[in-house]
Ligand binder design. Structure first.
Ligand code: APR
Length: 242
């Protein structure tokens, strides 16, 4: 029983993708209603786009900033934050840039792809609130271009975040993927790394993923919010029995 495994595990690592936030109202990227169904990522989410297609870059990221400012964490984010604060979860590794895990109160969130919560100047590095994009203010006081603090396609991920995510994945005894197609590297390396180091790998995702074959459990029929609510209820029951 998975709830029992989670309750008794030495180190549970949660790994989330855009599917974690669809129940908050934010679209994911690759399912039938995903962001990339209408926009070509290479035209808006790359350094080339920032340098050569800046109007479309600004418009795309302004829409995404408005989304994360309008929508809120969902019940699943709050359950994960509770588990993390209780010590049931060792860390949350996320590909998401919406900041919802932190907003829900999670103590440690490893944001592999950065965050839409802030923008920073390409020239001087000065950081601003993402409200600048809401106000369509796209340039720094120094004259430099402001860009969201996300990792654009083709850019390197933060090495400190990568190092911490590697250590946590290697040490995990249960590694639970929530809402990711596991098609983007190097993020999709972590579930595999955890499995190689002996973790019990669980993938909760509405569609098949390339790592389903190596997973110990694949849950496709249950949406993430319902899965987390059920797990939380089962763990609470198990604790009463002790
Ligand atoms: N419950 C379960 N699964 C869900 C739910 C839900 N409520 N909502 C969506 N999903 C599943 C979708 O079926 C899809 O397979 O979540 C998965 C999300 O996959 P992607 O849209 O590919 O998102 P993600 O894996 O996070 O993308 C990784 O790609 O574009 C880049 O930087 C971006 O971080 C992103 C990265």
């Amino acid at each position: 029983m998975l709830a029992e495994k989670i309750r008794d595990a030495k180190s549970v690592v949660i790994f989330t993708g855009a599917g974690m936030s669809t129940e908050s109202g934010l679209p994911d990227f690759r399912s039938s209603h995903g962001v990339w169904q209408n926009v070509n990522p290479s035209e808006v989410a790359t350094i080339e786009a920032l340098n050569n297609n800046v109007t479309q870059f600004f418009e795309f990221y302004r829409t995404r900033v408005l989304g994360v400012r309008e929508y809120q964490p969902n019940q699943g984010h709050y359950i994960l934050a509770k588990w993390a604060n209780e010590g049931l979860v060792s860390t949350i590794i996320t590909q998401n840039v919406d900041g919802f895990h932190t907003a829900a109160g999670a103590p440690e969130v490893l944001e592999l792809h950065g965050t839409l919560r802030t923008v920073h100047c390409q020239t001087c590095g000065k950081k601003y609130s993402n409200v600048m994009y809401e106000k369509q203010t796209y340039y720094c006081q120094c004259g430099g271009t402001l860009r969201p603090s996300v990792v654009l396609f083709g850019e390197f991920l933060d090495e400190h975040v990568m190092f911490k995510a590697t250590v946590k994945s290697e040490k995990s005894t249960i590694f639970i993927v929530l809402g990711s197609s596991l098609t983007v590297s190097p993020a999709n390396y972590f579930p595999e790394l955890a499995k190689q180091h002996g973790a019990y790998l669980v993938i909760v995702n509405a569609e098949p993923t390339p790592l389903d074959a190596i997973a110990d459990e694949v849950i496709q029929h249950e949406r993430i919010g319902a899965f987390l609510t059920r797990m939380d209820e089962e763990i609470t029951q198990l604790r009463k029995q002790r």
